[in-house]
Design a protein around this ligand. Structure first.
Ligand code: GRF
Length: 216
């Protein structure tokens, strides 16, 4: 199968990036990472990319204070330069503007550590515990103009236990993030995702979520 070219945007440690790298190496994902881009010079994601011989690019956010559209135009140009077909946000701590979305319509995915539409935004594992919900999890979705609002591709569920802390809940959710992100990318690569309004249907076969019910 043809390998889809990915562009990964990451601001931090890049464990989701690492899981994508590992799944590609183990032939579980028919993809290649054309470029990893970070807005943070010290992001460990850039180091992970370099260690794996993947092009790593830092585009400084500092140079574009108050000019988010301009920043995204530079991002889009860099992604296009590397012939990226699918953009994956993996802990990218910036709000994406219409400039980037128009350059990659329905071709940007994000992973979020909660069961959207509950708990969008930041510090969501803490928010889920404090709210007292009994289940949380993670979501891979297409990116639209809103904050964590785009059509949902796949979700995985974890229970929240009485003695959970933000750290151990985050860790439990992260283990599933590493599985569902690659799964969503593979479904996209196989051309099996069909967006109908807010719903994303999986063509020919199992639904995206079959294997990801509660996994403590
Ligand atoms: C993950 O929890 C992801 O869901 C959120 O940011 C975090 C990134 O972690 N969007 P990592 O950099 O991939 O380890």
């Amino acid at each position: 199968m043809k390998k889809i070219k990915l562009g990964i945007l990451a601001s931090g440690r890049g464990s989701n990036l690492q899981s994508i790298i590992d799944n590609i190496k183990q032939n579980r994902l028919s993809a290649e990472i054309a470029v990893v881009i970070s807005d943070q010079p010290e992001a460990y994601s850039l180091e992970r990319a370099q260690k794996n011989n993947i092009t790593a690019v830092h585009i400084s956010a500092r140079d574009y204070k108050g000019k988010r559209e301009e920043y995204d135009a530079v991002l889009a140009a860099e992604l296009q330069k590397h012939r990226v077909e699918l953009v994956c946000l993996a802990g990218f701590m910036r709000i994406i503007t219409p400039t980037l979305i128009k350059a990659f319509p329905n071709r940007i995915l994000n992973i979020h550590p909660a069961l959207l539409p509950a708990f969008p935004g930041l510090h969501v594992q803490k928010a889920a515990i404090e709210h007292g919900v009994k289940f949380s999890g993670c979501t891979v979705h297409f990116v639209d103009g809103g904050m964590d609002t785009g059509p949902i591709i796949i979700q995985a569920v974890v229970p929240i236990l009485d003695n959970d802390t933000e750290d151990n809940l985050s860790e439990r959710i992260l283990r599933l993030e590493h599985r569902i992100y690659s799964r969503a990318i593979q479904l996209y690569a196989e051309g099996r995702l069909k967006i109908e309004g807010r719903r994303v249907k999986v063509l020919n076969g199992k639904t995206a979520t079959d294997d990801f019910l509660i996994n403590p």
